[in-house]
Write a protein that binds this ligand. Structure first.
Ligand code: 0O2
Length: 210
């Protein structure tokens, strides 16, 4: 019956979400291990914080609909690569690349896509390094490959992105001019904060005598 079909689909969806949660745990642990290891060589930890999130069912449904895809688990797994999200926040830009390189050298990590919005910021000023990776999770009787979106940014980039996120979800169409004005100010802040990041990094390197 329809009810049985629905219940089994709901259960499979829950199971898939659990797998993504496991994949998040794996990736988070990989970064925590790198943080400890990289901090043995210098006094400081490269990672400031790690934030993780599982995309909510309504956001998944909205994205599937937007892309004109069918509402199936296959469509979700094969097309949405940001269901599992791990955001790694560092103090300095160099640490971002150091961490990303170390992660990608691990033999169970496959790079699916890399977008460097630090080298090439978005027109609005957004900066971060985005990686889509695939990693295995080990279940009772099987190994399952899962995709995870990793976003690496500095504290300054994260600070900027959270403010810009507020604007993004407050698009007041009646007030286009106001919106444009705020966008311009934000863009200017993005440039100032990029300058701050690189100057702070230069000072750090001077202090450490690199
Ligand atoms: P949330 O709430 O963080 O999940 P797509 O993933 O298909 O929408 P694309 O171009 O494939 O788009 O992905 P991209 O550019 O790698 O960026 C996806 C995520 O990066 C976003 O997820 C944001 O988290 C972040 N991001 C990208 N651009 C911006 C930006 O201009 N401002 C801010 N604040 N964040 C950005 P979601 O799903 O949009 O949001």
């Amino acid at each position: 019956t329809d009810l049985v079909g629905f219940a089994s689909m709901a259960e499979s969806f829950q199971r898939l979400m659990t797998y993504y949660r496991c994949a998040i745990m794996e990736v988070e642990t990989k970064f925590r291990v790198l943080d400890v290891q990289l901090s043995l060589n210098s006094e400081n930890n490269p990672i400031e914080t790690i934030k993780t999130r599982l995309k909510r069912p309504e956001s998944i449904a909205a994205k599937i609909q937007r892309r004109g895809l069918p509402f199936t688990l296959e469509a979700i797994e094969n097309n949405l690569f940001d269901i599992a999200g791990v955001r790694v926040i560092c103090s300095f830009p160099e640490d971002i690349y150091r961490l990303a390189d170390s992660l990608l050298r691990q033999d169970d990590v496959t790079l699916i896509e890399r977008k460097d919005y630090i080298q090439n910021p978005k027109p609005n000023g957004y900066r971060s390094l985005h990686l889509i990776i695939e990693i295995p999770i080990f279940l009772q009787n099987e190994k399952r490959m899962m995709k995870v979106e990793v976003q690496l940014r500095t504290i300054a980039m994260d600070f900027w992105a959270s403010l810009e996120h507020k604007l993004r979800y407050k698009k007041d169409i009646r007030n286009v001019e106001h919106y444009d004005q705020i966008s311009q100010k934000l863009k200017a802040c993005a440039e100032m904060s990029a300058t701050l990041d690189s100057q702070m990094e230069a000072i750090r390197n001077q202090i450490e005598g690199i």
